[in-house]
Ligand binder design. Structure first.
Ligand code: FE2
Ligand code: FE2
Length: 173
């Protein structure tokens, strides 16, 4: 049985994952408006991944006989300076998500709620990848900044990204 404060924190995280999805969709729209279809593709898939995260928490709450209380989703940032700015904001966002997941893990540990600790282990590992993805692209973008050809090459590269739902995962569906 999950205590109220942990249940509330899990519900808040569902909201934050939806907000993450919305934020990345806003970044996709910005990239689209700049005619960078590959970057737009990258962020549309990123938005899909965040929906998957939200639903993973959502399903878990019901598996643990809790209730999901959906809240309003904050308006995401819509305007950006350039693609470096977009990825820097994305990187900061992922670092904030990591802090929130750690905070959840701290609460779950205090409550000795071992199945939630196990669920959060998946998210902790996922966040390593998320931060690394953004950081790597920032580095490439900074190098490409003064070179439009390099920017379009990166756009082509990001056009190849496809959404893959985590295969080995059975807890989310
Ligand atoms: Fe997420
Ligand atoms: Fe993420």
């Amino acid at each position: 049985m999950i205590q109220d404060n942990l249940m509330k924190a899990l519900n808040d995280q569902i909201n934050y994952e939806f907000y993450s999805s919305y934020s990345y969709l806003a970044m996709a729209a910005y990239a689209q408006s700049e005619d960078l279809d590959g970057f737009a593709n990258f962020f549309r898939i990123q938005a899909q991944e965040e929906l998957f995260h939200a639903m993973k928490f959502y399903d878990y709450v019901y598996q643990k006989n809790g209730d999901v209380t959906l809240q309003s989703i904050d308006k995401p940032q819509l305007k950006f300076e350039n693609m470096v700015d977009v990825f820097e904001k994305g990187y900061e966002h992922e670092q904030e998500v990591t802090r929130r997941i750690y905070n959840l893990a701290d609460i779950a540990a205090e409550e000795k709620e071992h199945s939630t600790i196990s669920l959060l282990k998946w998210f902790i590992d996922e966040q390593v990848e998320e931060e690394d993805n953004f950081n790597k692209i920032i580095k490439k973008l900074r190098r490409a900044q003064s070179n439009p050809a390099a920017l379009y090459m990166l756009d082509e590269e990001l056009a190849q990204r496809v959404y893959v739902a985590p295969a080995a995962d059975t807890s989310a569906q």
